[in-house]
Unconditional design. Structure first.
Length: 194
């Protein structure tokens, strides 16, 4: 029984992978991630490198009345790598560090793992952004002037009185017959005036 407990604790320690932060040239994160993943497969490192992530979040802009979704890096110039600390050193670190557009690991040749709280915060941000849908890249601000591009008030200009980010709705005051009238609109029914 004691041997089983020792084996179980040895296995649980082997499963305790850590996250490492890799500094790269900003704008090249996805390309480098692909290159690292290819090297992991080619060199047979998948046993101890489990994930390579570019932390991103979904954002959108309203362009010509249409919602355009894109991804934005949460940490430009960084890639996160989850690996087993016991095997993540020497040749593996050197190979990744010497790839084009890679600057270095946090800790240079002896990578320092992120604290679990930091990793959880970053991964939580990544998970949260995938669950929550997307954020508006250029948020609407109370007091801002917008042009209505859809619905019965199309072509009217108004000022934002209230923004409801959750429901993606705005309350806009438009002048109708010289009086301010409150109109509730979806984000996609308006565009910012330049």
């Amino acid at each position: 029984m004691e041997d089983q407990q020792k084996n179980a604790s040895a296995e649980s320690k082997a499963d305790e992978k850590k996250w490492y932060s890799l500094r790269v040239i900003s704008g090249k994160e996805r390309k480098i991630k692909e290159r690292i993943e290819l090297e992991v497969d080619r060199a047979g490192w998948s046993g101890f490198i489990s994930q390579v992530l570019v932390p991103t979040e979904k954002v959108y802009k309203i362009r010509n009345g249409k919602k355009v979704i894109s991804e934005r890096n949460i940490l430009p110039g960084y890639i996160l790598i989850e690996a087993d600390p016991a095997q993540f050193s020497g040749e593996v670190v050197s190979t990744i560090s010497n790839m084009p557009n890679v600057i270095h690991f946090l800790g240079k040749n002896e990578p320092i793992p992120m604290r679990q709280s930091e990793a959880n915060r970053m991964l939580g941000k990544v998970d949260e952004s995938q669950d929550a849908g997307e954020a508006l890249l250029e948020p609407f601000i109370v007091g801002e002037t917008v042009k209505i591009i859809d619905g019965p008030f199309s072509e009217f200009i108004g000022d934002i009185q209230e923004v409801n980010e959750e429901k993606k709705k705005l309350k806009v005051i438009v002048k109708i017959f010289g009086r301010g009238t409150e109109v509730e609109l979806n984000f996609v029914q308006v565009e910012k005036t330049a």
